[in-house]
Design a binder for this molecule. Structure first.
Ligand code: PAF
Length: 282
């Protein structure tokens, strides 16, 4: 397994492959790898000549200092997990200074309004941080294709918009959410939950599935009210938002239009840890 800490060395290594038109698949992550990340790697390995994975906890996308501080950092274990899959994965695990060169701030991005919805509204500056890091990583790695999980569905749409607006030559592939046996969406933050909270957190997906059923029979406002009432029965959770949006624009929907695709998005806290999930509703 080749591990690079410096973008200059990674670029120098990749450059001959790019000259030979080898395809580079890229999986950007913040580490603490789980099966969801590994599924992105598997897809990239199957579809490309070379696969690069970045592991970098990007400070500029955190709007909460405690969340950044406590974000799991498990590089050694991550490398073990990757080597069980393949020894040919190229890892880029930089220090903050290699990416930000002494100026750890975000650039500001405009994503046609996608940034003002849900995660953007509740985590100010988050998508500027994501745009900054993803664009810089794309410039270093020069991937033909990059893989993102649908758990961060809004992030996936934002990255597609970033690529579009900046005419970046990268094909963006969204991959399905991986779930624990209980139904809980896999997330690096799950590592921070107590065993009890991790068990209880299965309720999030159970309620999303019930919301889907409710949506098929009732109105959007009834479905939203249903979810709120369900969470009131579980005071250990704090529901930050549940929204039903048009799948493409991510704008909140208040009435159903035929042939339109809708998705339900949720953010909840348990033990002060923020979990997000989403479900296709039709
Ligand atoms: O989804 C993530 O892990 C991060 O937001 C990403 C895309 C690696 C950017 O830091």
């Amino acid at each position: 397994m080749l591990i690079f800490n410096k973008k200059s060395e990674l670029s120098a290594f990749l450059s001959p492959f790019i000259d030979q038109h080898k395809s580079i698949g890229f999986v950007p992550t913040m580490g603490a790898l789980h099966q969801g990340h590994l599924s992105l790697l598997e897809k990239s390995l199957a579809e490309n000549d070379i696969t690069v994975m970045s592991i970098f906890v990007n400070p500029t996308q955190f709007n909460n200092a405690e969340d950044l501080d406590k974000y799991p950092r498990t590089l050694e274990e991550d490398i073990k997990k990757m080597s069980q899959l393949s020894h040919s994965i190229i890892v880029y695990a930089p220090e903050i200074s290699d990416i930000y060169e002494g100026n750890t701030v975000s650039e500001s991005f405009e994503y046609d309004g996608l940034e003002h919805q849900m995660e953007g509204r509740h985590r100010p500056g988050h998508f500027d941080g994501v745009g900054t890091i993803v664009k810089r990583l794309f410039e270093v790695v020069k991937p033909a294709t990059a893989y993102f999980g649908e758990k961060d569905f809004q992030q996936l749409q934002i990255v597609k918009k970033l690529v579009d607006k900046h005419a970046l030559p990268v094909n963006i592939i969204g991959c399905p959410i991986y779930r624990e046996k209980s139904g809980l969406a896999m997330s690096s933050r799950n590592e921070r939950l107590s065993m009890n909270a991790r068990k209880k957190a299965a309720i999030v997906f159970e309620i999303l599935q019930l919301a889907k059923k409710t949506f098929s029979e009732k109105s959007i406002s009834d479905t939203i009210a249903f979810v709120k009432t369900e969470f009131e029965k579980h005071p250990e959770f704090e529901l930050e938002y549940f929204e039903i949006t048009d799948e493409a624009t991510l704008l909140s929907a208040d009435s159903k239009v035929s042939n339109q695709k809708y998705r339900g998005f949720i953010a909840v806290f348990i033990e002060k840890i923020r979990l997000i999930d989403n479900i296709s509703l039709n």
